[in-house]
Design a protein around this ligand. Structure first.
Ligand code: NIG
Ligand code: FE
Length: 417
């Protein structure tokens, strides 16, 4: 039996409400000053304030939090972690004003990453994704959702999913895998859409039989997949036992949200173009509105109506959407700071949107997402005065220490030479 006591925590913050945490309750953060956390065999056994000496036995390891603040390990529930190469060659075009969907239409964008992903070996993909995961961990992410989607044919999709599976086995971050076969229409299927949809539907069965993914996703958008196509693919996925997440309403609202809600998707993602009617519908469900403000920032587009969603009573999460095209940054703390500044979410709401709500969307709300007795000891210690400071002081990495399952897995080194 291993015991660990983390002491000298300036303040501990956690949303301890039952998930999904909706509307006003997203602000309801409990805080404990001068706190300690007692961990036994990876699980939080005690949380308190003040004197902790009575908990220490000869077997207890003690850890000084150095007056940092504690929040739950962060849960980034939408990333495109595995891909070949990068897309800086498109950046100047974007700056000059060429539209994201126009780049895709001319064979660039997602399709250019597809080419680079096909050409990359398993090892190359693994090493590139592992490097990103290490960076994510340094920003305090301890649980992650990651999608395939840069294959657009079975062999490369399977290669990408196997990379994710190996990372799940080897990396401290707990990785949850999504199959995004319908991420774009390959150029060779331009006049044969129907055939591509059929292929994806067949491939879902192979992915399921090989147990390569827990979730299925579709990019429902003008010029990509229609709501009807999305419904066909996701209905089959659901029947096969996949849980669902859906890219929708990123640029236009074409019915993807309604399809996703009807199929009880775990998340609807992006939502920059969501209608007021769909906002009301989401609020009545347990589907999480998963907002990706770093993408709006990088594409120079509208921000999702987070205030309207929260005020309508929806459960909101925010994710990085890390990918080579619309969000080439692993900095999830920056996503949280943009959520405050641009989504107009309060620091307390941002914390909820980065912890317990995304945990719920991954069916992990009983294990992670809050600092409570009985949960996994996934703890992020930040070099911040308080929670407001964490969201306000933007663009840097505030991490001091990261614990995953009660084990120290990252420590910020301040070495100037
Ligand atoms: O979530 N919207 C679709 N997929 C990604 C972008 C992928 C890419 O451009 O490579 C997103 O933003
Ligand atoms: Fe995405």
């Amino acid at each position: 039996m291993s015991q660990l006591l983390i002491y000298n925590i300036k303040t501990l913050y956690s949303n301890n409400n039952l998930a999904p945490v909706k509307g006003k309750l997203m602000q309801d953060i409990s805080s404990i000053d001068n706190a300690y956390i007692f961990i036994e065999d990876k699980i939080i056994k005690n949380i308190g304030s003040g004197d902790y000496k009575h908990l220490i036995t000869k077997d207890t390891e003690v850890f000084d939090a150095l007056n940092s603040i504690a929040i739950p390990g962060l849960v980034d529930s939408h990333t495109h972690l595995v891909f070949g190469g990068s897309r800086e060659h498109e950046f100047s075009k974007k700056i000059a004003g060429v539209d994201y969907l126009d780049i895709l239409k001319s064979g660039g964008g997602i399709l250019s990453t597809v080419q680079q992903t096909k050409e990359a070996s398993f090892e190359e993909l693994y090493n590139q994704a592992k490097k990103s995961l290490d960076i994510m961990l340094s920003f305090g992410v301890t649980t992650l959702e990651a999608k395939s989607g840069y294959g657009l044919e079975l062999e490369t999709e399977i290669k990408s999913l196997r990379v994710l599976k190996k990372l799940k086995e080897n990396h401290p971050i707990d990785v949850h895998i999504t199959y995004l076969g319908a991420h774009a229409l390959p150029s060779e299927y331009k006049t044969r859409r129907e055939e591509f949809i059929e292929t994806i539907i067949n491939d879902l069965e192979v992915i399921k039989n090989e147990d390569l993914a827990e979730y299925a996703d579709v990019f429902c958008e003008t010029g990509v997949f229609t709501a009807t196509e999305t419904k066909r693919i996701l209905s089959k996925a659901k029947a096969l036992g996949f849980k669902l997440r859906v890219h929708t309403d990123e640029i236009d609202s074409i019915g993807g949200t309604e399809v996703a809600l009807d199929l009880e998707a775990k998340t609807v993602d992006h939502l920059m173009a969501i209608t007021d009617e769909d906002i009301k519908k989401i609020a009545k469900t347990n589907t999480i509105a998963n907002l990706l403000p770093s993408t709006s920032f990088f594409l120079n587009k509208e921000f999702a109506p987070a205030r309207k969603l929260i005020d309508a009573g929806a459960a909101v999460s925010v994710s990085s959407d890390y990918n080579p095209g619309s969000t080439p940054s692993e900095n999830y703390q920056l996503t949280l700071q943009i959520s405050g500044n641009k989504l107009r979410m309060l620091p307390q709401e941002v914390l909820t949107a980065a912890t317990i709500n995304p945990a719920f969307s991954l069916d992990l709300e009983n294990q992670v997402g809050s600092l409570q007795v009985g949960k996994q000891a996934d703890i992020l210690l930040l070099d911040c005065k308080n929670l407001d400071y964490f969201i306000y002081h933007y663009g840097i990495n505030h991490t001091k220490f990261v614990f995953k399952n009660g084990k120290l897995v990252f420590k910020q080194q301040q070495e100037l030479i």
